[in-house]
Design a protein around this ligand. Structure first.
Ligand SMILES: Nc1ncnc2c1ncn2[C@@H]1O[C@H](COP(=O)(O)OP(=O)(O)OP(=O)(O)O)[C@@H](O)[C@H]1O
Length: 370
């Protein structure tokens, strides 16, 4: 998957712009506050229907505008060209179009434009709430296992029903049993997909990490959200009184986690910021490899401020891994000289200078465009 054309209007300080990015490496460089991250944000909006900096629409929309729009022409690995568009109003209203048709679900966008983000907030994947790691995990499962989305939707519905009767007690016994059964079935299915995914992710992650940094004791482990030795139905029965008191279901895949530890410690408590960035990059690059394997299309990498926290050696190693993935990559940096080297000779690299919200392709791109 690659963006062959991108048009952005009304996003933060960016002037309306249309770009023809390289199918491989795109370097956006410019001074602080020039608009580099805003361009990544626009691509994120196109693929995920939301920003990675704000859950609200208003901060993303340029001060004097009522809405922002992003259009992208996407080339698929099978040679198709798809047209994606998104418009967001200040009110929060969202319109998504794929190939000229309105679509309601952001999942369709995510399927059409799989994105991976590595940014200065990435360390939260290690030290933040389990929800972030579940989102990371489920991104991978969603893209490799078509049946995951349906199971996840059934789980959400069953959980809503169960939590509602836990709080209000208004459901008869037969209906309770039916919803419990649905909850257990959907949970077991989700757990099965997640376990299969982790099995594939672990070796891909270990290989990727080893080529970035030596951290032999670092281990990934999966917690499914309830006791590994007991069926969920039994666990739910045992925790009914406590669930009633709390007003929600405590055990289940909605509590799953991907634990990242070094020996007895959480990796986040031990690793430096630079090391954390490399671990997160290795996780996200490993996901890219798995996606490449299932042939449903490669993802696009957005790497904000790639050089920050990294010395020259680790910066070079990260560039090399991104290059070898054969994906389209957008990286930002303040000093373009730090990213001129490190790409293979045959890799097309385009450089874009971002200045006061204006973006122009720079004539001195390295690689084949030089
Ligand atoms: N809604 C908005 N409307 C207009 N301008 C905005 C809006 N939100 C933020 N800005 C401005 O947009 C500019 C671009 O910010 P952005 O984060 O994209 O810069 P950057 O080039 O990534 O900078 P840095 O190198 O410091 O990370 C900033 O100057 C910011 O003040």
């Amino acid at each position: 998957m690659s963006l062959s054309r991108l048009s952005v209007t009304g996003v933060r300080n960016l002037h309306p712009v249309t770009l023809s990015p390289s199918p491989r490496i795109n370097i956006l460089f410019g001074a602080n506050g020039s608009g580099k991250t805003s361009l990544l944000e626009a691509i994120h909006l196109l693929g995920m229907a939301r920003s990675f900096r704000s859950s609200r629409a208003a901060p993303v929309i340029a001060h004097e505008q009522v809405s922002c729009t992003v259009f992208g022409q996407v080339e698929t690995p099978s040679g198709q060209t798809r047209a994606l568009g998104i418009a967001r109003e200040r009110s929060g209203e969202l319109q998504i179009r794929i190939d000229g048709q309105s679509v309601r679900s952001a999942a369709e966008l995510a399927d059409a434009l799989p994105l991976q983000l590595i940014n200065p907030d990435s360390f939260r994947l290690l030290e933040g709430a389990p929800k972030l790691r579940r989102q990371f995990l489920d991104w991978g499962v969603f893209h490799v296992e078509r049946r995951f989305l349906g199971a996840w939707q059934r789980l959400q519905q069953a959980l809503r029903q169960r939590n509602s009767w836990l709080r209000h007690g208004t459901l008869d016994g037969a209906s309770q049993a039916a919803w419990n059964r649905e909850l257990v079935l959907a949970s077991d299915e989700i757990d099965m997909y997640r376990q299969a995914y982790i099995q594939a992710l672990k070796p891909a992650f270990e290989t990727t990490l080893a080529s970035l940094i030596q951290l032999d004791d670092l281990k990934l482990s999966y917690y499914r959200g309830w006791d590994k030795d007991r069926p969920l139905g039994e666990v739910l029965l045992g925790s009914l009184e406590r669930d009633r008191l709390l007003g929600h279901t405590q055990a289940g895949p909605q509590r799953a986690d991907l634990r990242i530890r070094i020996g007895q410690h959480s990796a986040a408590d031990i690793l430096s910021r630079g090391q954390q960035k490399l671990v997160v990059a290795a996780l996200r690059i490993a996901q890219g490899h798995l996606l490449n394997e299932v042939k449903r299309g490669r993802c696009i990498y957005l790497v904000d401020d790639l050089p920050s926290e990294l010395d020259a050696q680790h910066r070079g190693a990260l560039c090399q891994l991104l290059d070898e993935l054969e994906c389209q990559v957008f990286v930002t940096c303040v000093d373009p000289n730090l990213l001129r080297e490190g790409w293979r000779k045959q890799t097309p690299v385009s450089m874009f200078h971002v200045e006061h919200g204006c973006i122009e392709e720079s004539a001195d791109s390295p690689g084949v465009k030089a």
